[in-house]
Design a protein around this ligand. Structure first.
Ligand code: ATP
Ligand code: MG
Length: 288
């Protein structure tokens, strides 16, 4: 692109942009999550808070936390929910070969009451676990994604996990994540990027991938953590005995709309997760 043309194309008044994007909610299939996003609307009676009832459309979220906190469970559940509604969804699997993830998704679909056939038809796997070139050559990976998005008219993309793209090259983690982010925006995707966090980092911070600040690049983070019940205060608050483990969940920023800012208990039942009460609610209940 010539410099003059680039300058010309990069400047526009808001009213001149091609589309005014409408940010509505995409139901996630995760109980408790969809009510955590909202916008403010003008009404005759004044300004009203309106829940999106879903994940904000066109958002690119960082799904982060230490091992075994529920990140994969969340993105799998979201993928099944989209597929169940005939929304073609790309699932990039980076750690586990597609065939294994596929079998987990089918089992989970049964638990969620979603027709297995819909999973077969509407989930498009990109197997970057079995094909190492896809993890190592970002342009090749992006070409593959573009091909799949066009071929299947994809609107939703999940990557579990982006950490696999910068293994042993964490210094360029931000560059890689920025490329992925801009690609998703260009193709008008709503996307969830799982990123792994080392246990050394502060539990409920969004800092992932060895502390290379990738969270700042994306639209927001959903942070997962776990803690062991270790005091009588915890015992009372969570109504669990000492030594038990509890999982926690929090939304850490969202550039596209308002969001719940409290820390919530994350519950797993029959392999399905739901966002439970906030710690504030638990505390209030206790003092009543
Ligand atoms: N059917 C089930 N019933 C109860 N708990 C389950 C069930 N299936 C999975 N879990 C629990 O969910 C936890 C979270 O699993 P998940 O695979 O989502 O972790 P993760 O955050 O993706 O971890 P990693 O970073 O290692 O990939 C597991 O440790 C497991 O204990
Ligand atoms: Mg996982």
């Amino acid at each position: 692109m010539k410099e003059n043309q680039m300058i010309e194309e990069s400047i526009a008044r808001l009213g001149e942009l091609e589309q005014d994007l409408k940010i509505d909610g995409i139901p996630s299939g995760v109980e408790g999550l969809d009510k955590m996003f909202f916008v403010f609307k003008k009404t005759k009676k004044g300004v009203k808070k309106e829940y999106l009832n879903g994940i904000p459309r066109y958002s690119i979220f960082n799904i982060t936390g230490v091992p075994d906190t529920g990140k994969s469970l969340l993105v799998e559940q979201v993928a099944i929910t989209q597929a169940g509604k005939d929304i073609p969804t790309i699932f990039v699997t980076v750690e586990t070969p597609a065939i294994f993830v596929g079998s987990v998704l089918k089992q989970k679909a049964i638990a969620m009451g979603v027709d297995e056939k819909k999973i077969e038809e509407n989930i498009i796997f990109i197997d970057a676990a079995s094909h190492h070139q896809l993890r190592e050559e970002i342009p090749l990976f992006l070409n593959t994604l573009a091909y799949a998005i066009k071929k299947y008219h994809v609107k939703f993309t999940i990557i579990d996990s982006i950490t696999g793209f910068f293994e042993a090259k964490e210094m360029i983690a931000r560059t890689i994540v920025r490329q992925l982010f801009h690609f998703m925006k260009k193709w008008y995707q709503t996307a969830l990027f799982v990123s792994q966090k080392r246990s050394g980092h502060e539990d409920l911070s969004a800092e992932a991938a060895g502390g290379y600040a990738i969270a700042h690049i994306l639209d927001g983070s959903m942070v997962f953590s776990k803690k062991v019940i270790s005091s009588t205060y915890d015992e009372r608050l969570y109504n669990l005995p000492i030594g038990e483990m509890i999982r926690l969940f929090r939304i850490d920023g969202c550039r596209l709309c308002g969001h719940d800012t409290e820390t919530h208990v994350l519950e797993i039942e029959k392999g399905l997760i739901k966002i439970g009460p906030s710690l504030k609610e638990l505390k209030n209940k206790q003092t009543k």
